[in-house]
Design a binder for this molecule. Structure first.
Ligand code: PMP
Length: 399
């Protein structure tokens, strides 16, 4: 054991603690089988910090499909996809996703983080992208996409969040540079809950001959026609070269996919390290995700309920003078500001029986600590009223 190494780590953790930036885990136990009710540290709470936007993670049809898949195919895939881990369920799921996205092909793999990191690294591989690919990335794009670009050893050019005029300035500044161009964004931003201007991004990608990569982690199942994501909107369908989505949020499972054409899929199968060197997604997860895809197109009432919840919460927060940035989805940042204040706000909510986890730098920019409210169609009007009442009490206490 290297004692001085451990002492250094302990000192660094103490520094982070002093800056309210140390992270720690808390067991959150489902309480009653739904997304809404959990127990933490013995306290029952209504959960406003889960990405189970449609309440599918506890849906009996998904649980039954997972159990069936385990019984029929085993609990684990037992090998990586390229060895012997490509099961009929992977094939079925990829065909479903390709049809849903109209992309021609799809590839599923473990976790959205691993997918973004390894797909982007493979696309920027020097074998095809040469030495100087240009990556234009929204400043607020998820850490996994940054890691993919860093993994390829490529410098990224960041544009101001959702600022297409800035993006165009940067694209035109580099118009004569050799090498492929990639524009990278989320369709719904995970921490701000706002949307990218996809038609505008498609137009810029077309004008400057760039490939467009869109992360639909928070839109899949929730937004777009029949919950198929914002890239399925008629204005942009077929114009986005690569669409990525996760199964761990509205689909109530785990894992991720990328929908693209067959040529790009072939490249990823050959080059994406997070795909090649990882055990394939396990059958129960695949069974549950397939069951979720059966349900999602028919869940229009749930999607409308979710939109109504979000409108109600935003309306109350605005009335209280609480900034929600440009959120217009089920993700609502209640911006508090300083890190210690954000933690205090989360404690205030918790004392009132609400779980609204504090999100702090470096996950969000300095000074923009927030309670990230993630609403679900499974929340009841009473849950939403409990949330808005607690914010009203919070605003009064601060006044
Ligand atoms: N992309 C975005 C935008 C996300 O918010 C997340 C999850 N935090 C991921 C990718 C990673 O997905 P997963 O949780 O499936 O690893």
């Amino acid at each position: 054991m290297d004692r001085s190494f451990r002492l250094q780590i302990a000192a660094r953790l103490a520094d982070l603690e002093a800056a309210s930036r140390r992270r720690s885990l808390t067991v959150t136990a489902p309480d009653g089988g739904g997304v809404r009710r959990v127990t933490r540290n013995g306290q029952p709470l209504i959960n406003f910090s889960s990405n189970d936007y449609l309440g599918l993670a506890h849906h009996p049809a998904l649980a039954a499909a997972a159990a069936r898949a385990a019984a029929d195919h085993g609990t684990g895939a037992t090998a990586s996809r390229l060895v012997s881990g490509t099961l009929p369920l992977h094939d079925a799921l990829e065909s479903r996703l390709a049809a849903l996205k109209g992309s021609g092909a799809a590839l599923v793999m473990a976790g959205g983080f691993a997918t973004n990191a390894s797909v982007l690294a493979a696309l920027l591989d020097a074998d095809i992208a040469g030495k100087a690919p240009l990556v234009f990335m929204d400043r607020l794009a998820h850490a996994s996409m940054h890691d993919g670009v860093i993994g390829a050893g490529v410098r990224q050019i960041r544009y101001h969040h959702n600022d297409l005029a800035h993006l165009e300035t940067l694209l035109s500044r580099h118009a004569d540079a050799p090498g492929p161009r990639l524009i990278v964004t989320e369709s719904v931003f995970s921490m701000d809950g706002d949307r990218a201007d996809l038609p505008g991004l498609c137009a810029l990608a077309e004008k400057y001959g760039a490939e467009l990569y869109v992360d639909e982690a928070h839109a899949t199942g929730v937004l777009g026609p029949q919950g198929a994501g914002l890239c399925a909107d008629p204005a942009v369908k077929g114009r986005v070269g690569m669409v990525m989505g996760t199964f761990g949020k509205a689909l109530g499972g785990y894992g991720a996919f990328v929908a693209c054409d067959a040529l790009l899929r072939d490249w990823l199968v050959t080059k994406a390290r997070g795909f090649i060197y990882a055990t394939a997604l396990p059958p129960p997860v695949l069974g549950a995700v397939l069951a979720a895809l059966d349900l999602i197109p028919q869940m229009e009432a749930a999607r409308q309920r979710l939109t109504a919840h979000a409108d109600t919460v935003r309306g109350v927060l605005h009335g209280l003078g609480i900034d929600t940035l440009t959120s217009d989805t089920q993700i609502i940042p209640a911006v508090i500001g300083a890190e210690a204040d954000t933690l205090a706000a989360a404690r205030f909510m918790e004392q009132r029986g609400l779980l609204t986890v504090a999100i702090r730098p470096p996950t969000v920019p300095p000074g923009s600590g927030r309670l990230r409210l993630a609403l679900s169609a499974a929340h009841t009007p009473e849950d939403i009223a409990a949330l808005t009442d607690a914010f009203t009490a919070f605003a009064r206490a601060g006044a």
